[in-house]
Design a protein around this ligand. Structure first.
Ligand code: ZN
Length: 161
């Protein structure tokens, strides 16, 4: 069986950033199960996996544009410190869920704090980075009808709900 649309694919993976730092890995965890062709994973990695079979292993570096996108400096904003009045001791590195225009929820990261303002960055933490994936395909199966309706994988390594 080959990786194709509507297959549930299980992969072992290690993700490293531009400086070689490990950002995420399935090591010591069950493989990640995702539904191919359903945009469950970043586009560049999905394309590389197309047509692979169980046992295939590869390493690929994906440019930011096909990973989490380029950084957008307009998504960095300084807001009045009073808006964080409910957060005791707000510090750079803290992350908050914020509601963006249109109601979409986004994770923002505090990048700077001074006496009057808090600077928050709504870019994805991995935006602007070329990402290297070391991947091994460990299982491929047909998606169930329910999985196709939901647009994601169920069971081990997938969604549990
Ligand atoms: Zn589901």
């Amino acid at each position: 069986m080959q990786v194709a649309k509507d297959k549930v694919v299980s992969i072992d993976y290690t993700l490293t950033g531009p400086a070689g730092q490990v950002l995420d890995s399935s090591k010591g965890k069950p493989p990640l199960a995702y539904m191919h062709g359903a945009r469950n994973i970043i586009p560049g990695l999905e394309r590389e996996l197309e047509g692979k079979t169980v046992g295939d292993a590869f390493t690929v570096t994906i440019p930011a544009a096909e990973a989490y996108g380029e950084r957008n400096e307009q998504m960095v904003q300084a807001v009045q410190r009073e808006q964080f009045a409910s957060v005791p001791n707000v510090q750079p590195g803290m992350q908050f869920e914020a509601q963006g225009p249109g109601g979409a929820r986004a994770l923002v990261t505090v990048t700077r704090v001074d006496t009057t303002h808090v600077t928050v960055d709504a870019n994805h933490p991995l935006a602007g980075m070329a990402l290297t994936f070391e991947v091994k395909v460990v299982d491929i199966r047909d998606a169930t009808e329910e999985e196709k309706q939901h647009g994601h994988a169920h069971g081990a390594g997938g969604h549990s709900h």
